[in-house]
Design a protein around this ligand. Structure first.
Ligand SMILES: [Zn+2]
Ligand SMILES: [Zn+2]
Length: 250
């Protein structure tokens, strides 16, 4: 039975238990049974009759007004004869039973909801914990990738720089050789020898000077550095908390 229907029926039943009309109280097996005997319209009057035309209980004042032209108005004791074997009685019994089991089912479901809710809290917390536990591993992977990238870039750059250094050293040795030769001839050679040397090395020297200028212009100061991302500033959380809803299957 649908929840809304159940509530409507409960409301209808509660209406009949308006406390102003609770009069006959018997205590049976420790539970009070309340049967209203006063008229809802004429609150100081007692219900004494049943009108079959209107299918309602009524008092003397009701009879004199609303049911004056009704034909089937009988005293309650007469109408009540054999009530337990009437269709109306069976109907009410079935109605109360159905309602009772529906309310019980709803109550059970609601308790289950609370249990499930509590379990889901624990699961959600555990999930956060599990996810957090994955972060160090992921951090290590990211760290390893960055370290390896730094190594690779360093290897490439230093290889290139070493090649350049080779060229520079080579040039340096050649120039040094020329300088030593020149110094020796200047010191010990004749003017003719010095003159010849100058002419001999002129071209070679120009060539070395060109190479040197070329090398010099292509050399750069090199270093590897790590630039942090702004991950930490925009990382407010590593997930979100959500509410899941589904209708109860009743
Ligand atoms: Zn009345
Ligand atoms: Zn009537």
């Amino acid at each position: 039975m649908l929840f809304v229907q159940t509530v409507k029926i409960i409301m209808e039943i509660l209406k009949t238990f308006d406390t102003h009309h609770m009069i006959d109280i018997d205590i049976i097996e420790g539970k009070p049974f309340v049967v209203s005997t006063s008229c809802k319209v004429h609150t100081d009057m007692v219900l004494e009759y049943f009108c079959s035309d209107h299918d309602t209980l009524c008092c003397r004042s009701c009879m004199a007004s609303a049911h004056r032209s009704c034909e089937k108005v009988l005293p309650i004791e007469v109408s009540a004869k054999g009530v337990k074997s009437s269709a109306r009685y069976d109907e009410i019994v079935e109605h109360v039973t159905t309602l009772n089991s529906a309310v019980n089912e709803l109550e059970d479901k609601k308790r289950q909801v609370l249990t499930t809710l509590k379990e889901s809290k624990l699961t959600a917390k555990q999930d956060v914990n599990n996810f957090k536990a994955q972060l160090p591993k992921r951090n290590q992977e990211i760290e390893a990738a960055l370290i390896s990238e730094i190594d690779k870039i360093h290897t490439d750059l230093s290889n290139e720089a070493n090649e350049n250094l080779e060229k520079i050293s080579d040039g340096r040795r050649k120039i040094q050789n020329i300088a030593e030769q020149f110094e020796f001839v200047s010191k010990h050679g004749s003017e003719s020898q010095i003159f010849m040397l100058i002419n001999n090395i002129k071209e070679e020297l120009n060539c070395h000077a060109n190479d040197f200028h070329q090398l010099l212009s292509s050399q750069k100061d090199l270093s590897v550095s790590f630039k942090e991302s702004d991950l930490l500033s925009f990382m407010k959380s590593f997930g979100s908390v959500e509410i899941k809803e589904a209708s109860l299957d009743i």
